[in-house]
Design a protein. Structure first.
Length: 175
């Protein structure tokens, strides 16, 4: 089964697997000065990745939960400053890209699953709190000379999906 894993962001990591074999891996940075241009450039790339490789199932990293209202307790924090360094603009872009991915997969009748960062990291590395550097180091054992952390994260997401689908196949066979 051909599956895809994506670490979705302005620079999106993509990994396409046939079983545990890597068919394609890349990082794509959507061009554009604002969300509208970025979305307009990202959508055709995402759709073409799915179609060109005949993807049958897809997984994306779920955008991180927002907690921008929690006050920052650091002694040097300015009054009203939140503890989360990610801006609302970034969250809106991530959730916008997520929405496009879900819609495109649905339009192509491709099952699309979301995995929390700690879930796919535990599946891929054995440690749900593995760093990006640890993920990249493991990914390089599968794809030597891999340079992109976005691509290595996408490989981890795809690996997690592959494992989940394999477990489901085992359960189907046992029934």
């Amino acid at each position: 089964m051909i599956i895809a894993g994506f670490d979705i962001a302005t620079c999106t990591g993509c990994a396409i697997l046939d079983g545990s074999n890597v068919v394609h891996i890349e990082a794509y940075k959507a061009k554009g000065a604002d969300d509208a241009e970025i979305f307009a450039n990202w959508r055709p790339w995402f759709r073409s990745m799915l179609m060109a490789h005949g993807v049958q199932a897809c997984a994306i990293e779920a955008p991180l939960v927002t907690d921008i209202k929690a006050p920052d307790k650091r002694p040097n924090a300015r009054p009203g400053e939140t503890r989360n360094p990610v801006t609302m603009k970034t969250y809106l872009r991530l959730y916008g890209l997520r929405a496009h991915a879900v819609e495109i997969c649905k339009s192509l009748n491709i099952d699309c699953r979301e995995f929390h960062q700690s879930t796919w990291r535990k599946s891929f590395t054995g440690n749900g709190r593995a760093t990006k550097e640890e993920v990249l180091a493991l990914a390089r054992r599968i794809v030597p000379n891999l340079k992109s952390k976005d691509s290595s994260d996408a490989l981890g997401v795809a690996w997690c999906l592959n494992g989940e689908l394999s477990r489901l196949d085992l359960f189907k066979g046992a029934a």
